[in-house]
Design a protein around this ligand. Sequence first.
Ligand code: SF4
Length: 391
Amino acid sequence: MDICFIRNNWNYYSLATIFASIEDLDYVNPFFVNISDLKNSSFTDGTIFCFSLNSIYYNKNKDNIISIIRFLKKKGNYFFIAGGPHCQYKPDLLLEDGFDIVVVGSGEKSIRTIISDIKEKKDLKKIYQEEVTNLNDYKPFPVKFFHYKPIEITRGCPHRCYFCQTSYLHSHNPIERTIENIVKYVKIAFERNIKDFRFITPNAFSYGNSINTNSMCAIQELLSSIRSIIKDNGRIFFGTFPSEVRPDYVTTDLLIMLKKYVNNKRIIIGAQSGSDRILENSNRGHNVKTIERAIDTAIQTGFAVDVDIIIGMPDENEEDTKETFNLIHRYMKKPVRFHLHYFMPLPGTPWRDKKPATLSKKFIEEIEYLTGRGVIWGNWRNQRMAVAKEY
Ligand code: SF4
């Protein structure tokens, strides 16, 4: 049974996770194909095509994807499955667009059921939703058909910020991969010549919260175990891309401990706004003082900092945006950069129907000035254009 995972520029981590969950089935042949190659490739009858979609990507590429599905459906008897965060809200719309099946929530368990239902020629459901309750039950990356990706150590988030899908797509009761399981896969990857180890988690400094009341102990045990395997022949990146840390989890002790084990010189702090009013409205659970304390602590312990910011939050007024720029100005002469995003209403979140606030000309000029000075970077302009089409 051929299972074709459709790659685009952003979905490799999600697809590889699902790929890993089925590679042990001896009757499947999983493989990746780039979306741009789909129309020019040939596939055996019965191939299952798996798409992982986020809303930004899907809204931009919807017409192309619908045309590809229609094109392929004329050529053979195939199945088209949609998964990923875009499927969280109104999955029926994706069925109308031509997908045969939509997976809501985590995909590992659902994909196995779907494949088995197809093999057994059972009546297929239109929507599958089977939650994963133990990350250790699934490999973090494909091992048999080796495709490496950063290891997911935590899924879900207890904080439920209103603009973010993590708590709503997965759960506000996070699940964690155990240290033993993480180390097992670090060993496997290291033996296959992988040298850089990064981790997927909504908040790296919360690791251990669900298995140990003291996160610092859990993180130290994790990092020291990995270091004892890779020694000086590999690098560990923690609290940085592709994850970040919440400001209220940053402590001097934790950062001093981190320095003993990690290779990153920079951590990423999720601040989101310089306005206390916006932080409170969005259910962040911390204020601007906490952000400043976290940045200061990181600098004092020798880390440079990237700060994640979202502008154009719902009901954000001139004063709120000004406060965010005040925060940026307070740190512009320090080893701190600000990664700017523009608010996008995401499916499944409490703010899915909220309108982004407009950004006045003077703030756009300010961003351009600060971008030129290397203080601000990010994809905010494209995000703003994408939402502008809808509002
Ligand atoms: S923004 Fe971060 S802290 Fe807030 S819900 Fe999302 S992952 Fe959790």
